[in-house]
Write a protein that binds this ligand. Structure first.
Ligand code: ZN
Length: 305
């Protein structure tokens, strides 16, 4: 009887492990939005559609209060980060963070404890007055940032390093245009198996971002004719036990940036890496080449610019 019970127990454990492995559990994503100098509703829709299309994620959204002066509403905004594998910010307060101290502390504790964090486009303009946020995102632009906010990342002798002496401003971009994204950290899971050079749909090419740059690794970059140097386009860093993925790409004004299959792939793979430390999402067949963009609307995008 004991052997039967033991056998049943082992069989149950085996079945449980099988059912938990195939298919793998979906990664739980929380998108933060509600403040932005961009159309954040459209950006959230495109982001959510891109993640869902990969089949790897389930996505929820937490939207901030609208009125920055409604302090009671902000005190009440407190998503439970512990319910998610990764938090993705599509949130830009313009530089002055009005989150409650408890919510600020909760995000920092969450990532330090192993949670994932993803920063897309103008979310790196946010909360310039919050030192821990600047450490989380590595570098940022606008939002009250000054030379005191930290360094630019610079490519020199095939190495990316913070350059404390450089001062090219604190966030800028030229007219939107198509540009080539180039892998810098060959072998990083986010870009492994992707072409080393691919043409991105028309987007703002952010330059002169600056920040603490702690543990910051530039995974991919793009040459800016405006600054005559490469600018980071995909970055990662470790923050305590957690992982951060940061892409300055993804402007929503037109649709080309978020319809770019290259951007969608980097966003989904970066989000998976931030959540798990691994990437299982395969490169799509219609990934762009160095010479030609590849634009596809994510399946569930229903908005028009
Ligand atoms: Zn933009």
């Amino acid at each position: 009887m004991l052997r039967f019970l033991l056998g049943s127990f082992l069989l149950a454990c085996t079945l449980a492990s099988c059912t938990s492995s195939y298919p793998p559990a979906k990664i739980r994503v929380l998108i933060l939005d509600g403040q932005n100098n961009h159309d954040w509703k459209a950006t959230t829709q495109a982001t959510k559609a891109t993640l869902l299309a990969s089949g790897r994620f389930e996505v929820e959204v937490s939207t901030s209060p609208e009125d920055k002066s409604a302090s009671a509403d902000w005190e009440a905004w407190s998503p439970d980060f512990s319910q998610y594998d990764v938090v993705l910010s599509n949130y830009n307060d313009g530089g002055t963070c009005v989150w409650s101290q408890a919510m600020k502390d909760a995000l920092v504790t969450y990532v330090e404890g192993g949670g994932g964090f993803v920063v897309v486009h103008a979310a790196n303009n946010s909360s310039g007055d919050w030192p821990e946020y600047n450490r989380l995102i590595g570098v940022g632009g606008w939002g009250g940032r000054t030379p005191a906010s930290g360094s630019h990342m610079r490519l020199s002798d095939s190495q990316w390093r913070p350059d404390p002496a450089a001062d090219e401003g604190s966030g800028s971009h030229g007219p939107q245009h198509e540009f080539v994204v180039e892998t810098q950290e060959t072998g990083h899971p986010i870009v492994e198996g992707l072409p080393a050079l691919w043409k991105h749909g028309k987007d703002e090419l952010y330059d002169s971002l600056r920040g603490p740059c702690e543990n910051l690794i530039v995974v991919a970059s793009a040459y800016s004719s405006k600054t005559d140097r490469h600018e980071p386009m995909a970055m990662v860093l470790h923050f305590g036990e957690g992982r951060v993925f940061h892409t300055p790409m993804g402007h929503v004004g037109g649709t080309e940036a978020v319809h770019c299959v290259g951007f969608q792939t980097i966003l989904a793979r970066g989000t998976e890496w931030a959540a798990t430390g691994k990437v299982t999402i395969a490169p799509p067949a219609d990934f762009p080449s160095e010479d030609a963009v590849s634009l596809v609307a994510p399946a569930e995008v229903i908005w028009t610019p």
